[in-house]
Design a protein around this ligand. Structure first.
Ligand SMILES: [Zn+2]
Ligand SMILES: [Zn+2]
Length: 176
């Protein structure tokens, strides 16, 4: 996933890397994350002064639910926008500094070759939730017997409910 920057014509050049082997990203089984597949699309706009890159990453990831610990697949999509500058010495030119915008990343390349792998890796990590849930209202594991409460019922649940229902009864009595 490399783009030869110097070979680009002025104006907009689109690219589509399609489905890629997830191994090249090296985000394997790190904190339970397994990237199954990903697709990269985007474009580079070349003008006289600079390059502008827009990236779109779509990925299917296998995650572990933070509540019930079951594994599940989910698709994420994330976009990134960057300015690309070649050669570090350009940093010192006043004009370049003025062009820089705070909310858009600027990439400085020593060679006119843009490797998309680190950018794609960053976008995928950005798209992932801090606390992944297999479903929004996942009921998690029973704190007593450890059974998955989404799929199994256990007696402990009754015990947990008992003090609450006793409290309700007490409150009802007080109302009378
Ligand atoms: Zn869950
Ligand atoms: Zn239980």
């Amino acid at each position: 996933m490399e783009i030869q920057i110097r070979d680009l014509k002025e104006g907009k050049t689109g690219f589509d890397f399609g489905k890629q082997r997830s191994e090249i990203l090296e985000i394997r089984k790190k904190s339970g994350i397994v990237v199954k597949e990903f697709e990269v699309r985007g474009f580079i706009t070349k003008s006289r002064l600079e390059y502008f890159l827009k990236l779109n990453v779509k990925t299917k990831v296998n995650l572990e639910c933070a509540r019930c610990l079951e594994r599940f697949n989910r698709t994420f999509e994330e976009k990134g926008e960057y300015y690309i500058k070649i050669g570090r010495d350009r940093l010192l030119k006043k004009r370049d500094v003025e062009i820089q915008e705070d909310d858009i990343n600027t990439i400085y390349l020593n060679e006119p070759v843009l490797n998309l792998v680190p950018l794609v890796r960053e976008l995928i990590l950005l798209a992932l939730p801090m606390k992944p849930l297999c479903q929004e209202n996942c009921r998690g594991l029973c704190p007593v017997c450890g059974k998955n409460r989404n799929t199994e019922k256990c007696d402990c649940e009754m015990e947990i409910k008992t003090p609450l229902s006793a409290l309700k009864k007490m409150l009802k009595k007080e109302e009378r």
